[in-house]
Design a protein around this ligand. Sequence first.
Ligand SMILES: Nc1ncnc2c1ncn2[C@@H]1O[C@H](COP(=O)(O)OP(=O)(O)O)[C@@H](O)[C@H]1O
Ligand SMILES: [Mg+2]
Length: 231
Amino acid sequence: MTDEPPVVIRRLSYRLGDRRLLDGVELSVAAGESVAVMGPSGAGKSTLLALMIGLARPSAGEIRIGGEDVRRLSGTRLAAFRRDRVGMVFQFGELLPELEALENVAMAGLLAGRSRRDARAEARALLADVGVPVRAGVTTAALSGGERQRTAIARALMGAPPVLLADEPTGSLDEPARDRITRLLFDLPRSRGCALLVVTHDSAVASAADRTVLLRAGELVEDPALTGCAR
Ligand SMILES: Nc1ncnc2c1ncn2[C@@H]1O[C@H](COP(=O)(O)OP(=O)(O)O)[C@@H](O)[C@H]1O
Ligand SMILES: [Mg+2]
């Protein structure tokens, strides 16, 4: 182990046809730190997250996540990296609606090769941490939007990944639920020591982050006006 930050991105460029969507992106996120990424729709925020988990390949630059050089990973090593090094939360949670919350979260552990008993025990503990009651026979289709997002966060935390990514995680929630999910998410770097990167349109969400950066014209720039409002 080195003390390299869990997220290190240098001179990252990504071309889409003849468009330079990302053009020299620099970002590092320390363990225990949270960063919000804002920027206009279509700016490439989701693409940046896709590059970070190896779903897309950069045109140039360096991406190191949880100590791994993502560009060098493929096949089973890439799958293992996604399973062990990063957790991801999406706007709509992307849960399996016909399964219970416990089953959704435990699934992430089973896929990582844990025993059923072990995966369910950790899922139970994570759901308790995020405040979702474990109820037999209640599928996630029956949960509120806020409970679904809590479940998605618990699932992303399975296996204690050093990096947690979230793409518009509060985009589908009403204001009270948004505020509760925001508090839950932004407490995680402190309580679990992970690095957190949250893409959001909502400055109320971004203001809970340690830093806010703007993706604009292919570059990430620090936004001093939005940084550190929470503290
Ligand atoms: N698979 C794809 N094929 C073609 N264009 C895409 C694809 N994915 C995203 N784009 C385009 O790339 C740009 C950035 O998309 P995205 O990263 O989703 O933006 P953001 O998340 O900031 O709204 C948009 O112009 C979008 O239309
Ligand atoms: Mg997006």
